[in-house]
Design a protein around this ligand. Structure first.
Ligand code: HAS
Ligand code: CU
Length: 541
């Protein structure tokens, strides 16, 4: 990463990501306060839903997309050791996406697009919101194209070599996102934009939800893959050891990319528009996509064990103590895996067709995804930022101690926030609500958990401020010494021979995805065009 212009490109993406993140954190704390019903002065469903929609969009779409783009550029240029292809185009994508974010933010903040981040119709927001989201997605598509061009060009120039693992994972994620985003793109282009502009009078929510489900599951793996990439390509080296298996890592990324796509109906188990047989098929696929996570858990823990033993750890668990807990990347991966245990368990409960009825549309679901997304995934975004900031700025991190404190407080805060959320779900509290004033014994039982959530949220907010403080301080503190800008990639413990094409290329997997998508979504979408449907008129805003 020795090109100043490239470092600037990467840094700009990451700053947009973290700026969105910190704004959204403040909104999150307001939301737990408002929902608790403990401060009557704060209560306003209008403000609440404007806030929760903005919070969701900023975290799920802006933080993630900009972070993934910036990190992807860093991995591509450093692992392939070649400049980013077509930098003007990359800047074009950045500005397009940023203009999209601003365009969407205006109606969101004015309460004119309070349709939540899943924008389920027949709720409809201002057209500027959908246009802004479209620009953001087009920006991300350009990034995908740049990644896939770099991947293909390098392969053609180096026919006898294996594509570096970091680039393989990034290209797999780009391919996954191109396929994933097509569902919501169809929904927005053919349903939501025409409805919001008044070109059509009614909308079919069943079709819209089916198209959104096409995107909703793979998008969570689009967010997760950068975290797993850091698990495989950074953590083993940072821990002082080796990657347990390069081939297993590739296999995990392939299964994630292929099987994340055809399984979205686990978000529709309780919806009427699809038949139960299709839901069951998607449900089975959901269990398949849990496998690469188990493989990842195994490989990463094995890599940590190798490092711990090389550092002198003995006995069954002695290696854990000898790991460098003061290294931000190592601490983050341990905390991330700990959150994955319960976050993943919650996912398995959700995915179990019958049990889904118990938790669907309750507070359990935001509990699940805050733990596994904001916890497991985003804590790795922090660790990646702590690792990249010094390389991008060529100076040391302002404070490693503060960074460690920040990671611990994020873990503690997220555990305190999400445990009551799971319990509240089991106690029957619906999700997507502002204050509930049933005023009976049921809601009284919710109160202590609401208090805990406010406390957890406060710890998280403090932690988020620490992150920003450390990154800003690193940026503004002058430094005159020498500093490396090279990413130090992990080596596999066994040297990898020449890999077969299916572990080194994506063409064949692209075809597999096409077949699986046609099988899993073809009929369920086409059926809408062959039956009488009665659209719903738009509501809201
Ligand atoms: Fe999920 C809903 C199922 C993973 C995000 N999920 C959501 C929503 C989001 C989300 C945002 O089937 C809400 C959407 C909305 O707004 O409506 N999810 C799953 C399953 C998994 C899963 C089966 N989800 C994720 C990830 C996310 C994410 C990852 C973001 C990054 N999810 C669902 C379902 C719903 C759902 C239903 C719909 C619910 C409803 O009704 O609406 C799996 O991929 C999880 C697999 C993970 C495991 C855990 C393995 C544990 C390991 C850790 C080992 C560590 C150790 C500790 C032993 C099975 C590998 C080591 C310690 C040391 C010290 C070294
Ligand atoms: Cu899902």
């Amino acid at each position: 990463m020795n090109d100043t212009a490239e470092r600037k490109l990467i840094l700009c993406h990451l700053w947009v990501a973290f700026a969105a993140f910190i704004v959204a954190c403040f909104m999150g704390e307001y939301q737990v306060l408002e929902r608790s019903g403990l401060l009557p002065a704060l209560e306003s469903p209008t403000v609440y839903f404007a806030s929760v929609s903005t919070h969701g969009v900023l975290m799920a779409f802006v933080l993630t997309t900009f972070f993934i783009m910036g990190f992807g550029y860093a991995l591509a240029s450093s692992s392939l050791k070649q400049p980013i292809w077509n930098k003007p185009l990359a800047w074009g994508a950045f500005w397009l996406a940023l203009v999209g974010v601003v365009l969407a933010a205006v109606p969101l903040l004015l309460g004119k697009a309070s349709v939540l981040y899943t924008f389920y119709p027949p709720m409809v927001g201002h057209a500027a919101f959908y246009l802004g989201a479209t620009l953001l997605v087009i920006g991300s598509w350009i990034w995908c194209a740049i990644m896939l061009v770099m991947f293909t060009q390098w392969k053609t120039a180096n026919p006898t070599k294996n594509v570096p693992l970091a680039m393989f994972a990034t290209a797999a994620n780009a391919l996954l996102w191109l396929w994933a985003s097509a569902g919501v793109a169809l929904e927005v282009l053919f349903q939501l934009i025409p409805l919001s502009l008044g070109w059509i009078d009614t909308i079919d929510p069943g079709l819209a939800r089916t198209l959104f489900a096409w995107t909703l599951h793979p998008i969570v793996y689009f967010w997760l893959i950068p975290a797993y990439t850091a698990f495989y390509v950074f953590v083993p080296k940072q821990a002082g050891g080796f990657l347990f298996s390069d081939e297993m890592a590739r296999m995990a990324f392939i299964v994630l990319a292929v099987f994340a796509l055809p399984i979205g109906f686990h978000h529709l188990y309780m919806d009427p528009e699809q038949a139960s047989g299709w839901k069951l098929l998607h449900g089975i696929g959901t269990f398949v996509v849990a496998l690469p996570t188990l493989v990842t858990g195994f490989t990463v823990i094995a890599s940590l064990e190798i490092a711990g033993r090389l550092r002198g750890g003995k006995g069954l668990f002695g290696w854990i103590g000898t790991l460098p807990w003061g290294n931000t990347m190592v601490l983050a991966v341990i905390l991330s895996l700990l959150m994955l245990i319960f976050g993943g368990f919650g996912g398995i409960v959700n995915a179990s067709y019958a049990m889904n009825a118990m938790v669907h549309n309750t507070a359990w679901v935001p509990g699940h995804f805050h733990l596994i997304f904001a916890g497991t995934t985003v804590i790795m975004y922090f660790a990646i930022a702590y690792y990249l900031w010094p390389l991008l700025l060529r100076k040391p991190l302002f404070s490693n101690q503060l960074a460690l404190l920040q990671l611990w407080t994020w873990f503690i805060g997220m555990s305190i926030l999400t445990t009551p959320w799971h319990v509240l779900g089991l106690l029957g509290q619906p999700r997507r609500i502002s204050t509930v004033v049933y005023n009976n014994l049921l809601t009284l039982a919710w109160k202590p958990y609401e208090l805990m959530m406010i406390f957890g949220g406060l710890i998280l907010l403090g932690s988020a401020c620490l992150l920003i403080y450390n990154l800003v301080k690193t940026q503004v503190t002058p430094y005159a010494g020498q500093f490396t800008d090279e990413i130090d990639y992990a080596e596999p413990i066994h040297k990898v021979g020449v890999l077969p094409e299916y572990l080194n290329g994506l063409t064949v997997w692209n075809k597999v995805i096409a077949v699986l998508m046609a099988l899993s979504f073809g009929f369920p979408i086409l059926q809408f065009f062959f039956m009488d449907t009665f659209g719903s008129s738009a509501w809201g805003n």
